[in-house]
Design a protein around this ligand. Structure first.
Ligand SMILES: [Zn+2]
Length: 439
């Protein structure tokens, strides 16, 4: 992608030369080792566009089933791929195909040519080299799916033996500590530091000890994605309301509270308690807002504007609001402009909707202080090759936006370069206290 402005090429060259802080990713362990060319092209995001087009989830599952030789699945794969790959997610597929396999179009012959060159991303050196090529200096990693080493992440945090993927700094998974519904769930969260929980104070103390252990080991932020399971409209219940529910759950280990509305008070109370802890630990809080991964989700409950009472209340906590709140860009810009404790993060958004980002980057400049914005977060689980493509797309989105503003004399070329450097590197460097050298 490009535009016809005079400054595009020079600005793109500069943006390509900048190191990037990847402001959100999920890579706990480098991988995968691709087993067939269809697998190498697919990722969790593009798969949803593919299924959305195919319409028949059973058929889509068959097409993507690696137990069946890929040649048998190919003709159906090509049909649905070619009806769905002009989306931002599809753009990632096209760029992976071109960059890593030298193919410009999908055909049976192209996939046959890929077969002998399939990437092995379990090779840490290869994985790291792709990040280097993507310009990714550091990644803020949410380890939500870690557990490959037979030992729970919490245990490794408490023992101080947590291993990270290349270039990763990590976050505290706040979402795991609330929204719980049984004795066992509460017990499992904090048993490493608090084997016996008998009351709400015990549980909160266990959480504080866990969060402190994460922070002492180097965690740079809290992360929460509760919008997948509930509305971001957090209430502000009393401790007594929350405690009543907690005690009811804990007094009988066979009980499970379910997700009924009356149980919400406990969830809400714990969320506020954890935000107070984040304030005390002086760590920012990353929150999922906007589009939800997967299909058949309820977007209305994920709109960042539901968070207004939370943002008003916890003024000493810095919030990093994710995913450009897609598709509610206007509300998101308002939050970034209006609340001194709100920062805006374009992670994932650059491939959800490239055109949205090209436009919103420009609007962002005109309405939100540019020191409060982070332009990139890859948001993959492994798949450094797909993160590379995502970074490539982001650089074009950003160059188009900034060169448009140079073209209309809104920014000078020098100011545009400074914004890019801030959004890609220096803002997250300062916000997360990464200690990277200034450029
Ligand atoms: Zn994510």
């Amino acid at each position: 992608m490009r535009n016809n402005t005079q400054s595009f090429s020079a600005l793109h060259g500069y943006i390509r030369s900048l190191p990037i802080v990847d402001c959100h990713d999920h890579t706990a362990i480098p991988g995968p080792r691709y087993a067939d060319p269809i697998e190498a092209l697919m990722d969790g995001y593009y798969t949803t566009d593919f299924i959305s087009m195919c319409g028949d989830e059973t058929e889509a599952a068959w097409i993507l089933n690696q137990a069946i030789p890929w040649r048998e699945r190919y003709s159906k794969f090509e049909r649905w791929l070619k009806l769905s790959w002009h989306t931002g997610y599809g753009m990632v597929v096209k760029r992976v195909l071109q960059q890593f396999y030298g193919q410009t179009d999908v055909s049976k012959e192209a996939l046959e040519a890929m077969e002998g060159q399939l990437l092995d991303l379990t090779d840490h050196k290869r994985f790291d080299q792709i990040l280097e090529d993507a310009g990714i200096a550091v990644r803020i990693t949410d380890l939500i799916w870690v557990d490959d080493q037979g030992k729970p992440e919490e245990q490794r945090v408490v023992e101080g033996s947590l291993e990270l993927a290349p270039r990763a700094r990590f976050t505290i998974p706040m979402v795991r500590y609330h929204g719980l519904t049984s004795y066992e769930e509460f017990h499992n969260r904090v048993k490493w530091v608090k084997p016996n929980i008998t009351c709400l104070d015990d549980y909160l103390d266990g959480c504080w000890q866990m969060f402190t252990a994460y922070r002492n080991l180097g965690a740079v932020a809290f992360k929460d994605q509760s919008a997948y399971t509930r509305s971001l409209a957090y209430g502000n219940p009393t401790r007594a309301e929350a405690e009543k529910i907690f005690n009811w759950i804990m007094e009988d280990p066979r009980r499970s509270a379910g997700h009924l509305e009356p149980m919400k008070a406990l969830d809400d109370y714990l969320f506020h308690s954890f935000l107070r802890m984040a304030g005390e630990l002086k760590l920012p809080v990353q929150l999922h807002t906007g589009l939800l991964a997967g299909l058949r989700n309820n977007i209305t409950q994920a709109n960042a504007s539901h968070l207004i009472p939370v943002l008003e209340l916890h003024r000493n906590v810095q919030f990093d609001l994710f995913h450009a709140n897609w598709p509610f860009g206007g509300e998101w810009l308002f939050l970034g402009k209006n609340y001194p404790n709100v920062y805006l993060n374009f992670c994932w958004a650059n491939i959800i909707d490239p055109i949205y980002c090209q436009n919103l980057f420009q609007q962002c400049i005109s309405v939100v202080p540019h020191g409060k914005v982070f332009a990139y977060g890859s948001d993959f689980v492994g798949q450094a090759d797909h993160a590379w493509a995502h970074a490539d797309i982001m650089r074009e989105n950003l160059t188009i936006a900034l060169s448009n503003l140079v073209e209309i004399d809104y920014l000078t070329h020098r100011e545009a370069r400074d914004v890019a450097m801030r959004w890609l590197y220096e803002n997250p460097n300062e916000f997360f206290g990464l200690g990277l050298p200034q450029i």
